[in-house]
Design a protein around this ligand. Sequence first.
Ligand SMILES: NC(=O)c1ccc[n+]([C@@H]2O[C@H](COP(=O)([O-])OP(=O)(O)OC[C@H]3O[C@@H](n4cnc5c(N)ncnc54)[C@H](OP(=O)(O)O)[C@@H]3O)[C@@H](O)[C@H]2O)c1
Length: 294
Amino acid sequence: MRVGVIGLGVMGAGMAGNLARAGLLDAVWNRTAARGEAVAQSLDVALANGPQDLAHRCDVVLTCVSADADLREVVDALMPGLQSGQVVVDTSTVGVATVEGLAAGLAERNVQFIDAPVTGGAEGARDGTLQVMAGGDPATLEAVMPALEAIGAAVTHFGPVGYGQRAKAVNQVLAAGMVQAISEALAFADASGLEPDRLLPVLQGGAVGSRLLERRGERILAGDFAPGFRMALHHKDLHLCRELLQAMDMNLPLVEMTIKHYDRLLAEGHGDEDMSALYRLKRALFETGNRRSL
Ligand SMILES: NC(=O)c1ccc[n+]([C@@H]2O[C@H](COP(=O)([O-])OP(=O)(O)OC[C@H]3O[C@@H](n4cnc5c(N)ncnc54)[C@H](OP(=O)(O)O)[C@@H]3O)[C@@H](O)[C@H]2O)c1
């Protein structure tokens, strides 16, 4: 199996590394050439001239781009190079309608599509320990399993195309709750004068310990909001959750509240920071004269 990767950001670059170590990576391509060149060189694989060229070289094309319009653009660019029997595996977090539409368009050329959004963060992508949430035809998923097993610790099949994204939406609601709880509690801790070195191990060792707290707790209190997972991406994901909920004639308070908070931080220019920069709003609540309601 020859795999090509398109989109070498925080997640895609890590995935490409693990595919290369598994001996499956043939070529990479990235919109910003410098990023593509750096990854191709460090992994000693070919840098394709564009999506179409990458499609010509590979059996499986794995994409990891930012949002719905970006994925549609990439698949449009791939299309002329794709041939019957190839598989496009998308690991981005995008809408269910988008992946259903793309799968239908690709099927007309007898190209299969698997939606395979992931969770586990930049560390999971780098270490090959992602959880992969897959939707699509079972036989096609089986065929691309070696590639997915190279990037993830586990691959779970949830149903037809779109069901990977439905599972990911549930994950993103949980992520909203956790980032809300952690940033609010740590702002309270900071304002209380508690020493992080003492407090964080206690929190982590008790019932509320979590990977997010472990990875972000110290950095949040130090004011380090380097991504990680960019707030603008989580904001985009929560809009995808809202769409799925609206189709059920529902809304969820956690989703609505977090979108509102992110709207404020994005307007202040913090969209490229880690989602844990939500702490900025929570900390500001404790500052005298700055008691904005949330
Ligand atoms: N970071 C995380 O912890 C995490 C975890 C799980 C899932 N995800 C999801 O994974 C996806 C990628 O996230 P990331 O953190 O890797 O983002 P990122 O670091 O911002 O990278 C985004 C990648 O997409 C490419 N891209 C964006 N628009 C494009 C377009 N129109 N055409 C071609 N390439 C395009 C970018 O190319 P350029 O270099 O040219 O900008 C870059 O390679 C997102 O859907 C995100 O929600 C992220």
